[in-house]
Design a protein around this ligand. Structure first.
Ligand SMILES: Cc1cc2nc3c(=O)[nH]c(=O)nc-3n(C[C@H](O)[C@H](O)[C@H](O)COP(=O)(O)OP(=O)(O)OC[C@H]3O[C@@H](n4cnc5c(N)ncnc54)[C@H](O)[C@@H]3O)c2cc1C
Length: 326
């Protein structure tokens, strides 16, 4: 079996949540192979990041270089091509950065490329068996990928339960000298931090999240009343923002905010992966949708098939009653 590497994105040494999810995905390819983490960036940041991911990776390769302080996929691709052994299997998150880095890396490595993998059935001979979703999650495609020359695989954030952290003795291998001088056509300008908005949905434990199923702006008040009764905040899917029913700062998803509530009520939300990508930390997910075949029910802990315009006001009344009893 070829070596498995997981490319870990971090911000100033704080690894992305996907670090432990990639470790879990790697073990589904072959439970007997320990994956190696690859970290790139400023030396001081890498020390912090090594401590954070050491519980999931017995070996970490560091590529320390000030030019890699900011995630420039062009530079990192060049660095990885120099250090990765032939036929490597490289996993990374299917996020903006991974989508930027992965396809070009697979071309430079002359290896296979599979994107947006939601499950792995294992490897048999030179075939890697993975599951992808098509048609907005309505169809699961089982893909057999030839990994004889290696593979670059992007893993959908949230699709794999993060590997339980177990303290292990970590070997840190410094690969910095092998990358030579790095130059790129792109250059880093600045980091623009998104505005928190009137309500910071990333800080709330309970979110009442509304999708296109809310149907019109005036109906947003129905969700606001429920949130108020539950001590929650209202978040939403992208179509709700596109329709200008709510501010962009309330949008959950790959092009919105990443939230980590304890309870997430998805109301009239179909469950597109771009939306689910913004829900982290495995919250208790309650989905209310009038279509019993909505993909959100595949990931929900509780699924309620009903019209939200009728169900939410009922739920608000119950929540208010419970508050009075308490
Ligand atoms: C590059 C890119 C980035 C994206 N980023 C994001 C993102 O950050 N966040 C995001 O959310 N989306 C994002 N999207 C859009 C995403 O693909 C989906 O289109 C979107 O999430 C769908 O939103 P929705 O579930 O509200 O709407 P729909 O998919 O239209 O689903 C509406 C649901 O409501 C149900 N419904 C309708 N009426 C009722 C009712 N009265 N009662 C109960 N249920 C009802 C329907 O059965 C349906 O399941 C992105 C897309 C792209 C291409």
């Amino acid at each position: 079996m070829a070596r498995i590497f997981c490319y870990i994105v971090h911000k100033a040494g704080v690894p992305d949540d996907s670090a432990f999810e990639l470790a879990a995905a790697a073990r589904k390819i072959d439970p007997s192979v320990s994956p190696t983490a690859i970290l790139a960036g400023r030396g001081a940041d890498l020390d912090v990041a090594c401590n954070a991911v050491g519980a999931a990776y017995p070996e970490i390769w560091n590529i320390a270089n000030d030019a890699l302080a900011y995630p420039n996929a062009e530079l990192i691709r060049k660095a990885l091509v120099k250090v990765l052994p032939n036929n490597s299997i490289v996993l990374m998150a299917h996020d903006h950065f991974g989508i930027d880095l992965a396809p070009g890396l697979s071309i430079k490595l002359n290896s296979a490329f599979v994107s947006d993998v939601v499950d792995i059935a294992g490897a048999e001979g030179s075939a890697l068996k993975v599951v992808r979703q098509e048609f907005g999650g309505q169809v699961s495609a089982h893909v057999h990928c030839d990994i004889a020359s290696g593979a670059v695989v992007t893993i959908r954030p949230g699709a794999f339960k993060p590997l339980e952290a177990v303290p292990i003795r970590v070997a840190v291998v410094d690969q910095s000298n092998d990358i030579g001088t790095l130059t790129a056509g792109r250059r880093y300008l600045e980091t623009v931090v998104a505005e928190a908005g009137d309500v910071d949905i990333t800080k709330h434990n309970v979110l009442v999240s509304i999708g296109r199923g809310i149907q019109e702006k005036d109906n947003v008040a129905i969700a606001e009343e429920l949130a108020e009764a539950m001590g929650a905040a209202v978040s939403c899917s992208r179509p709700v923002v596109d329709a200008k029913w709510m501010e962009k700062s309330r949008q959950v998803g790959s092009s919105g905010k990443t939230v980590k509530p304890k309870v997430y009520l998805a109301c009239g939300i179909s469950g597109a992966f771009q939306h689910l990508a913004g829900i982290k930390g495995s919250p208790f997910l309650i989905a209310i949708n009038k279509n019993p075949k909505a993909p959100i029910f595949q990931v929900a802990d509780i699924g309620i098939v009903d019209d939200i315009l009728e169900f939410l006001p009922e739920m608000t009344n119950k929540a208010r009653d419970l508050r009075h009893v308490a």
